[in-house]
Write a protein of this length. Structure first.
Length: 96
């Protein structure tokens, strides 16, 4: 029996039968194909993790889609930011 759990979503595979069960708060789903069960599990388990990762990267000055940091903010671009705390945070991140 192969088992994985991420947050509140669990995957159980019976490799001798080729079946799988995905246990989620919304209910358990049985799969006659273990790979289909794995694909369903990864969709349920990793999507919230990906959103958390992208949000944290963006909060810290990184592009949420590429994971790279823009290092060429100009002082005039920072002045256009309405939120003074956000502008100060970016100044600190980019050492203006």
């Amino acid at each position: 029996m192969i088992r994985y759990k991420i947050r509140d979503v669990a995957y159980e595979c019976d490799e001798t039968q080729g079946t799988a069960t995905v246990k989620a708060p919304s209910g358990d789903i049985a799969f006659s194909n273990a790979i289909e069960g794995w694909n369903y599990f990864t969709g349920l388990a990793f999507f919230p993790l990906e959103l958390d990762l992208r949000n944290k990267l963006q909060e810290n000055g990184f592009n949420r889609w590429t994971g790279t940091r823009k290092v060429d903010y100009t002082e005039s671009e920072l002045k256009m930011i309405d939120n003074a705390d956000e502008a100060a945070r970016k100044r600190e991140l980019y050492k203006f």
